[in-house]
Design a protein around this ligand. Structure first.
Ligand code: DGT
Ligand code: CA
Ligand code: CA
Ligand code: ZN
Length: 572
């Protein structure tokens, strides 16, 4: 029974939440929460790591005890301690804790005094004005809680793209075990590589749909079968993700794939063009009157309305159809064209991999350069500037570079942009580096004007190279900080600064829309993983997906350039 990282992380998070309500030791709570985060950020299945006998205690913050608990979950699907705790505290309360503005004390009060057990209960109580009467609550708190509920609702429905990959993989492998199944593909927002995915839409071709459905519902990760029919079924998996299956004949595969890949907006636009040509397009095919004239492949369907094939990532009705009609579709960037990574961390500060291991891994990916960008904070002015530490790392890189055959390690630092827009290290240090990666890690709540000025002022520094995770949002956790993105982009353009597409699955920042905006303004971007471990270098693909959704081509992205050309760009 393969247990996915997402499920293991969910268990530890829930445990931490319940212990928090119970008032347990904060260190323990933090340890479980950390375990959830660490597992969440692995780019490899923890089940595979255990199967390959990797030592889990080498993961940050994972000791013997946690390693054992992880193994138990993978082996049995259960965490006994969680079961015990759930006996004492209703597990629905853990859901309440995930609402912004509700801490454990408040949840406890709501439960004890108003018998609130669910988010629905809470909404009703607020509407009836009962919550504001509790000590420490007021109208303002009620408002904030309602806002938090809306956010959580939006967040809870959608899964990070990266979390769905291994689940889709096991779904497809399961379906392929039925030898009567010919083609299988996951369509929907997953195929469009949207940063978050609502449900999974699996499309299969087979002679006998009923048989395929019967096989499908035997999938071992299913928690609940919501519906089943002769050619379709909907189920919910243990991880909470819902899956729609449709089985279609091969003659309709292309049109069904097009239909279920969406987006809905793209489909509607396509069908409008068809109507003008007196054709009808639906999930079964392209029809002239009653006669099916195409439908086996997506290319066939597009061809009937005089369009070239449009990549799934573009199908959002954001101009792709007009571009296709004018034969001006972008040549989207591919993972293969990436030559290096310009943002990653080593164990010197907060990362988990040492310099040599990181360099070797990058070389194995076929990269010719890798920038090491450990955080400035530890060595910064504000924390007691330690020039020695920085020079030591520069020296270590020089030494390693002599040994590396194909890869050049670039010297860099992730610079903290301070509240007033100054960078946290003096120029005498910055000038020793090949490039800087600059970002905001504090004071997220400045008013828009101040925050915008802070970024622009930072870019005034001639040693400023890349603005990392430019909007600071965290998917499903934190909204972007308030900035005037257009002004920031304009300033970057005038100063020759680069904007980052951060590939961490919970960042993907810039997002698709801002990527497109940057491209249209003629700004260059860098797709970086911000890896904190060797395995996270693999996150590059998620950055590339987001870039493709943002219409980016090879020429828009600086880390597709050979090293010499790249270095010229760094000089402002
Ligand atoms: P999601 O699941 O919220 O991340 O987003 P999608 O795009 O996967 O949406 P979903 O699962 O509701 O439907 C899958 C595709 O099916 C969708 O992208 C387009 C197509 N579709 C669904 N409902 C409609 C509809 O009412 N009209 C049209 N034209 N297409 C639809
Ligand atoms: Ca979907
Ligand atoms: Ca669906
Ligand atoms: Zn970083």
């Amino acid at each position: 029974m393969p247990i996915h990282n997402l499920e293991v992380a969910q268990k530890f998070n829930k445990l931490a939440n319940l212990l928090e309500i119970q008032g347990a030791n904060p260190f323990r709570i933090r340890a479980y929460r950390n375990a959830a985060r660490v597992i969440d950020s692995l780019s490899k299945d923890i089940a595979d790591m255990i199967a390959e006998k990797e030592d889990l205690t080498e993961l940050p913050g994972i000791g013997e005890d946690l390693a054992e608990k992880i193994k138990t979950i993978i082996k049995t699907g259960e965490l006994p301690l969680l079961k015990q705790v759930e006996k004492r505290i209703p597990s629905v309360l853990s859901e309440l804790l995930e609402v912004e503005g509700l801490g454990p004390m408040r949840v406890k009060m709501l439960y004890k005094n108003l018998k609130i057990k669910s988010i629905e209960d809470l909404k009703t109580a607020i509407k009836k004005g009962r919550v504001r009467k509790l000590a420490g609550f007021g109208e303002k708190t009620e408002k904030k809680i309602l806002q938090g509920i809306t956010h959580r609702y939006e967040y809870a429905k959608r899964n990070r793209l990266a979390d769905t990959f291994s689940i889709v993989d096991s779904l497809i492998r399961h379906l392929k075990r039925d030898k009567t199944v010919k083609q299988v593909e996951c369509a929907g927002s997953f195929r469009r590589r949207k940063e978050t995915v609502g449900d999974l839409d699996i499309l299969a071709t087979a002679e006998d749909g009923k048989k395929t459905v019967e096989h499908f519902i035997k999938f071992e990760e299913i928690a609940e079968i919501i519906s089943r029919g002769p050619t379709r079924s909907t189920v919910r998996l243990r991880s909470g993700i819902q899956v729609d299956l449709r089985v279609v004949p091969e003659t309709s595969y292309g049109s069904a794939l097009l239909y279920f890949t969406g987006s809905k907006e793209h489909n509607i636009a396509i069908r409008k063009i068809a109507v003008q040509k007196k054709l009808k397009i639906n999930e079964y095919g392209v029809f002239k009157g009653k006669k099916q004239i195409a439908g086996k492949t997506e290319e066939d369907v597009y061809r009937q309305i005089n369009l070239p094939y449009i990549a799934p990532e573009l199908r959002e009705d954001r101009g792709e159809i007009q571009a296709a009609q004018k034969k001006q579709l972008p040549q989207l960037i591919t993972l293969e064209s990436i030559r290096g990574d310009l943002h990653c961390h080593t164990s010197a500060t907060d990362g988990n991999a040492d310099l040599a291991a990181m360099a070797k891994a990058a070389e194995e990916l076929g990269y010719t350069y890798l920038a090491i960008t450990d955080h400035s904070q530890r060595m910064s002015m504000t924390h007691g500037f330690d020039k020695k530490a920085i020079l030591a790392q520069i020296k270590a890189i020089d030494k390693l570079n002599e040994k590396m055959k194909k890869l050049v390690i670039l010297k860099s630092i992730e610079m903290d942009i301070l509240e007033d827009g100054s960078l946290d290290l003096p120029d005498e240090v910055l000038k020793e580096l090949d490039l800087t990666v600059c970002s905001i890690h504090s004071k997220f709540n400045l008013p828009q004007k101040k925050q915008t000025e802070r970024l622009i002022r930072a870019m005034d520094n001639i040693y400023f190279t890349i603005l990392a995770h430019p909007t600071g949002r965290l998917i499903n956790q934190r909204e972007a900080y308030a900035i005037n993105i257009e002004q920031v982009m304009q300033a970057a353009k005038e100063r020759g600064c680069i904007l980052e597409v951060n590939a961490q699955p919970d960042r993907l920042d810039l997002n698709d829309i801002y990527c497109k905006m940057a491209k249209e303004m003629g700004i260059k971007l860098a797709i970086n993983t911000d890896a904190h471990s060797v395995s996270q270098l693999d996150y590059m693909k998620f950055g590339v997906f987001q870039a493709r959704r943002g219409w980016l081509e090879k020429s828009d992205v600086i880390n597709t350039l050979p090293l010499q050309a790249l270095k010229k760009l760094f000089k402002r």
